[in-house]
Write a protein that binds this ligand. Sequence first.
Ligand SMILES: Nc1ncnc2c1ncn2[C@@H]1O[C@H](COP(=O)(O)OP(=O)(O)OP(=O)(O)O)[C@@H](O)[C@H]1O
Length: 720
Amino acid sequence: MAQLPSRASTSTSNAVAAKKPSISVRGRCVPHTEDSRFRVEVGYHAELIAVFKSIASKNYDPATKMWNFSLEDYQQLMEEAASIASVSLRPLEGMEVVDVASCRPSNSAVLGALLKLCSGWQKPGATLQGQCILVSPNKFEVDVGYNVDVIAAFKQMPTSSYDMKTRKWSFSLEDFKKAHYFPYPVDLLGGIAAVEVEPLPRAVIQAFSASFDGTEARSFDVPKADLSAIEPSLTNSLMPFQREGVNFAVFKQGRLLLADDMGLGKTVQAICIAAYYRNEWPLLVVAPSSVRFTWAEAFRRWLPSLSPDCINVVVKAKDNLRSGLVNIVSYDLLSRMDKQQPGDPFNVLIMDESHFLKNIKTARCKAALPLLKAAKRVILLSGTPAMSRPCELYTQILAVRPNLFPRYHDFGMRYCDAKQTNWGWDYSGSSNLGELKLLLEESLMLRRLKSEVLSQLPAKQRKVVTVTIDGICARMKAALSAAAKELSKEHRNKTEEKEALLIFYNRTSEAKLQAIMEYITDMLECGREKFLVFAHHKLVLDHISCELGKKNVPFIRIDGATPSLERQQLCDKFQNSAKTCVAVLSITAANMGITLHSADLVIFAELFWNPGVLIQAEDRVHRIGQTKSVNIHYLVAKGTADDHLWPMIQGKMNVLQQVGLSESNFSDNAVSASFHSKDPKQRSIMEMFQRSFTAEDDMDEAMLLEAADDWDNAPPEDTS
Ligand SMILES: Nc1ncnc2c1ncn2[C@@H]1O[C@H](COP(=O)(O)OP(=O)(O)OP(=O)(O)O)[C@@H](O)[C@H]1O
């Protein structure tokens, strides 16, 4: 049996002395040629480079192979460098010395040693593997199988506690310092050859350094920002939670992911945060193309002192991206303006609907990343930062805190349940979601739910309405069952499988046309004054519009073909005219950036595979200003692709809920149970749906949308 250190032998001084990290890289800060800058003369060290890259004012000089920075960032750089145990930087002469010891009394040694544990903990011969997981801001758990030596080691920890229910041991972070207890359990277990315990990730240790230390202010003690320089008409309009949002942003030095629920006023908060940094403008707002003009309108409303001439909405790729004090551009246009980008960096950047950045391989993300890297203030906005799974958060984390997870693989291993497959690594899963939620909230994300901050906002009621397709003609029935049969076959490859799914989805839209219109007619006849109808296929949108026209029902329609400028006018018409009672909306083109809360009913004529998009669409009515209880009706037809889409939506939603990114629960509806098919053949189709639509979602979406367009452009089939 391995010899365990006795409690007496782990007195603080001995343990720390024994574990004192050795410094492998020494460097120094010296004044740079340019005024108000300094450079760091130091040899190569990967972690230190990651710190350098995270500093807003960084600049690399290829001639000298040295990094230089603005003096404004001196304190931040020295503090971050101090947390790397093996690095020592001599302070800048003549500058106020950053007394790391006084910043983090006794913490830096502990922290440095903890960070050192993040590498080299693997034991190739270990037969029992475990993992440390953060379970609250000051507590972590060790998830490891039974081993008598491990239990003995755990019992030596002063704060250890055993949960009989979960059968897990947990320990306090803060007591590391308080109890002068060192080393960490991973080290304590170091002597047990058969056991390997993965420590907390480096990002967690850095983000929660205050908890190890217990002296620094934690983010819930966010100080009140001084907003006196901002025009009072704006600051006085802020609701208390919005004011807290601005405080948080200033506390985080203007770098954050504001992930408030849809409709909580992220726009006004972002404008106020940007206004706080007004002396660093020009400002760039990157938004989906459909909401560019809504942004311009919001600046005029909230910052009336800003001359309208200063607002530049970019509409063509050859327009000047930098001609205004406030510049607004769409993601797609930005990716076509690459040539213009080498210019002065934008110091202040707002990225609306930042989940648009979820795939690093897309042109829009590639175009945005250099701007994000160069910007000093990065304000990301999204009510749904991840639409279906944690890997979608990575680029947003990288944009706000580049040094938290410089390597995607590390993030993937920890939070995406990364698995090696024949085709490479698969990061589409999820793991340690509780820890990820804590980490995001501590380091970069602020998310408030409507239920928390708007007690007066009425509830949202969801209902699954089973519609029948019994009335469809025999030919269509045959086509639908052929599509279902085709899907249940063995497929040679994923492309074939997806094609079969698409055909089934498209056939479903045709089959539902009649039932959808019957339901809408019922709603009109039973006196529903105003409601939204969302659909995905053009065929369905056209059918609804045409039938409403025949019935002389005034309606508006917003789809992918509606010009951005017209969208706001149509919304105003719907909001202000009592006569306009239906809004016919495309799920993909009208799910964001618009307010239609004069209605209190939303009907989904079709389902969509991405639950984030559905929730966004629902929240066009469930937002500030809504006074009535909101009803959402999902029309689901048995015997169609809906049987499979609905359980898939529920599954994805559960993952988002665990990471705190959705309070919406699609599974609490009693009706939903009936959509889990018991037929083993159908079940396998459902699994196929899940498989096909979980990997490479972007590709799927593009492919699906394209396929749906092709389908829509084909002559409609007889629906009688
Ligand atoms: N402090 C405020 N005073 C008055 N109206 C407000 C305030 N904050 C927000 N609103 C209004 O609430 C509505 C929702 O705000 P906004 O569109 O900014 O929400 P959001 O969080 O960006 O939503 P989404 O994520 O859906 O885009 C808008 O009509 C906005 O004008």
